[in-house]
Write a protein that binds this ligand. Structure first.
Ligand code: 2PG
Length: 217
């Protein structure tokens, strides 16, 4: 069940902020990316600065920062932390947070893929829960590495009352948000994340969600 969005900024403790990286060069070219380590586009860098400014407006300060090992994510986080005046905060980079592997689709233009395989089939590969693209990972496979990492390394930080920021990818974050928001496989098919728009949670001591504010909303 999605948490009611509260209209007051979350209290400054045990806040979890999830951010998809800014637009990448292959997002701009509309190409399946997965684990390909492409950089941010100029627009993506500007989006990252905007996300940092937005989080500064929220009065947020972070105690821990996590990103995937892909540069579009940790470069986005570098920019956000710079905007917050927290550029000295160490970034923990983890492959467990990397984007879902798109297998044989990597490098193919998405419009081209829809023509070649059909729009319905491509949408299933992009957004379904347990159907993997050829040679790649399903969302379920991605969750199997993202969620254990979150439980082991991020939940303890939140339970100590720390504020944590995680910058990762459209699908690796969808797999975590599916868990946090208790989305069904049907509901998660309709859920996607815009680039560099923070989602702000306040997490209870037992790891459940107290509040959720999607700044895209
Ligand atoms: O290509 C990818 O790796 C992802 C994210 O950019 O694409 P999609 O949003 O289609 O899952």
């Amino acid at each position: 069940m999605l948490q009611k969005a509260s209209d007051t900024p979350p209290k400054a403790e045990n806040v979890l902020v999830l951010v998809r990286h800014g637009q990448s060069e292959w997002n701009r070219l509309n190409m399946f990316t997965g684990w390909k380590d492409v950089g941010l586009s100029e627009e993506g860098m500007a989006e990252a600065h905007g996300a940092g400014a937005r989080l500064k407006e929220e009065g947020l300060h972070f105690d821990s920062a996590f990103a995937s090992t892909l540069k579009r994510a940790h470069n986005t986080l570098d920019i956000i932390l710079e905007e917050l005046g927290q550029d000295k905060l160490p970034i923990i980079k983890a492959a467990a947070l990397n984007e879902r592997d798109y297998g044989q689709l990597v490098g193919i233009n998405k419009e081209e893929a829809r023509k070649r395989f059909g729009a319905e089939q491509v949408h299933i590969w992009q957004r379904s829960y347990d159907i993997a693209p050829p040679g790649g990972e399903s969302l379920k496979d991605t969750a199997a590495r993202v969620c254990p990492f979150y439980d082991r390394w991020i939940v303890p930080e939140l339970q100590e009352g720390k504020n944590v920021i995680v910058v990762a990818h459209g699908n690796s974050l969808r797999s975590l948000i599916m868990e946090l928001d208790k989305l069904t496989p049907e509901e998660v098919k309709d859920y996607s994340l815009a680039t560099a728009v923070p989602v702000i949670y306040r997490i209870n001591a037992d790891g459940s969600v107290a509040e959720k504010r999607d700044l895209a909303a």
